[in-house]
Ligand binder design. Structure first.
Ligand SMILES: Cc1cc2nc3c(=O)[nH]c(=O)nc-3n(C[C@H](O)[C@H](O)[C@H](O)COP(=O)(O)OP(=O)(O)OC[C@H]3O[C@@H](n4cnc5c(N)ncnc54)[C@H](O)[C@@H]3O)c2cc1C
Length: 416
């Protein structure tokens, strides 16, 4: 089924009888060449690129609930490539380039909107740091602009410029950054993978790994044993629990991150704006709701819900930055489980078990990475070699001292 404007008009005129389900609902086969554990954004993108770009077949994605029930459907939809370190920036810029052609490529509307991401700075030192970051982005082929206070005021006059504690001195703007509809991304990848023969198996929880002689043989699931030559795990916040079944203890902690949406308002926020003196970021959805978030809840948890102290903290950040937000009525709050790595950067690597691979540690920035993560993980699975842009995302970097510590805060997951 091909989506197009014509198709929408035809269906509208013929009673919407021609729409078909976006993917099949197959029974699991007894074995596959590739099993991807986790039907979130990264797992679905991996299966899609394995089939589409790397020409592989006999692939299944096993999802314990329904496709997109995890963080891919819970995030605040921001995409950007405003990183600084050489281990990160080429990867995130690769992701941004994949975003730019994605909807045409998989013929699905993911509402990708490059409406700009503006990081505000509040001190001279912070502006210097943003200048350095912007230059690093330009060197990696990304776009970056440094705005002064007048430039920020022209874009977002409603911000609190007169705040004595947090004066706005300017901002780092990435115009190509923006937002994408998170469910649309999951559905687009799922549909694209299904069209290429990938079995998407829902309600199928992986409950163990069968490992013999140091090599993966397959996975135990709630729907029986399934054999596999290679298994790639992309379960985000559940990484610690799932990899423990393969005897691994990882440098990852699970924490809850909450998101907030207000009632629909007239268009006011031009893109994504982040507060530089606290942890608060905000954008406006196409329906008009202000979508915002801030810090993770500070304790470890596997529950997809958070607590009031962080809600208060996020609200305080919002009030400091744009006091008018106090007039908006909050409609919904929800949480997702973050796989916080010790240096804030991800892991895309093989494990000590032959044929078992790991994609994890996305902290709260993994949505923007979805295309590049899927591509790089598929590259690793198909060719047994890391993708050029993901060479630093090794699991042993913590033992070897080659951490990719973008924020320079050390092994403190709550600060990344
Ligand atoms: C509130 C919030 C806001 C965020 N905002 C942003 C943002 O603005 N920009 C950004 O870049 N990132 C953001 N993120 C982070 C981003 O959403 C995640 O890093 C990313 O989605 C994680 O990858 P995923 O999509 O594969 O994870 P998920 O969608 O969580 O996929 C993992 C899947 O694995 C499944 N699974 C777990 N255990 C098993 C098992 N045993 N067997 C089978 N399946 C299993 C789960 O059910 C789940 O569906 C945010 C996250 C949250 C929660």
């Amino acid at each position: 089924m091909h989506f197009s404007g014509f198709r929408v008009i035809k269906e509208a005129l013929t009673g919407h009888k021609g729409w078909k389900p976006l993917w099949r609902n197959p029974e699991p086969q007894s074995s596959y060449d590739y099993i991807i554990v986790g039907g979130g954004g990264h797992g679905l993108a991996t299966a899609y690129y394995l089939a589409r770009t790397f020409g592989q077949a006999r692939i299944a994605v096993l999802e314990k609930g329904w496709l997109g029930q995890g963080n891919i459907g819970r995030n605040t939809t921001i995409i950007r490539s405003n990183y600084m370190l050489p281990g990160n920036e080429p990867f995130y810029e690769f992701s941004m380039k994949l975003w730019e052609g994605l909807e045409q490529e998989f013929n699905f509307n993911a509402m990708i909107s490059q409406r700009g991401v503006l990081n505000l700075c509040h001190t001279d030192a912070q502006r210097d740091a943003f200048r350095r970051r912007g230059n690093a982005m330009l060197l990696a082929g990304a776009d970056a602009e440094l705005l002064d206070a007048a430039g920020v005021r022209a874009m977002a006059p409603f911000l609190n410029f007169d705040n004595a504690r947090f004066p706005i001195k300017g901002g780092l703007l990435q115009r190509r950054g923006g937002t994408a509809r998170h469910d649309g991304v999951a559905w687009g990848y799922a549909r694209g993978a299904d069209m290429r023969g990938v079995d998407l198996i829902q309600n199928c929880e992986v409950t163990g790994f069968r490992i013999e002689g140091g090599r993966i043989q397959g996975v135990e699931t709630s729907r029986g044993y399934i054999g596999a030559k290679k298994v790639g795990v992309a379960v985000a916040g559940s990484t610690g629990r799932v990899m423990a079944m393969a005897g691994m203890r990882l440098p990852i902690e699970s924490h809850v991150l909450q998101a907030f949406v207000t009632e629909g308002l007239k268009p006011v926020i031009p893109g994504v704006i982040t507060f530089g003196a606290g942890h608060f970021y905000v954008s406006q959805s196409d329906k008009g709701g202000l979508v915002f978030g801030g810090d993770i809840d500070g304790y470890n948890s596997y529950a997809q819900r958070g607590n009031l102290p962080v809600i208060e903290d996020v609200a305080e950040g919002g009030m400091a930055l744009m006091p008018m937000i106090g007039r908006a009525r909050l409609l919904r709050v929800w949480g997702g489980i973050m796989d916080m790595s010790m240096d804030g950067s991800p892991i895309i690597d093989h494990t000590h078990v032959e044929g078992l691979y790991l994609n994890a540690g996305w902290c709260y920035g993994g949505f923007k990475a979805t295309p590049a993560s899927g591509y790089a993980f598929a590259h690793l699975l198909a060719r047994d070699a890391p993708h050029d842009t993901a060479k630093g995302y090794r699991l042993d970097r913590f033992a070897r001292g080659y951490v990719i510590d973008e924020k320079g805060v050390g092994a403190a997951p709550n600060l990344h």
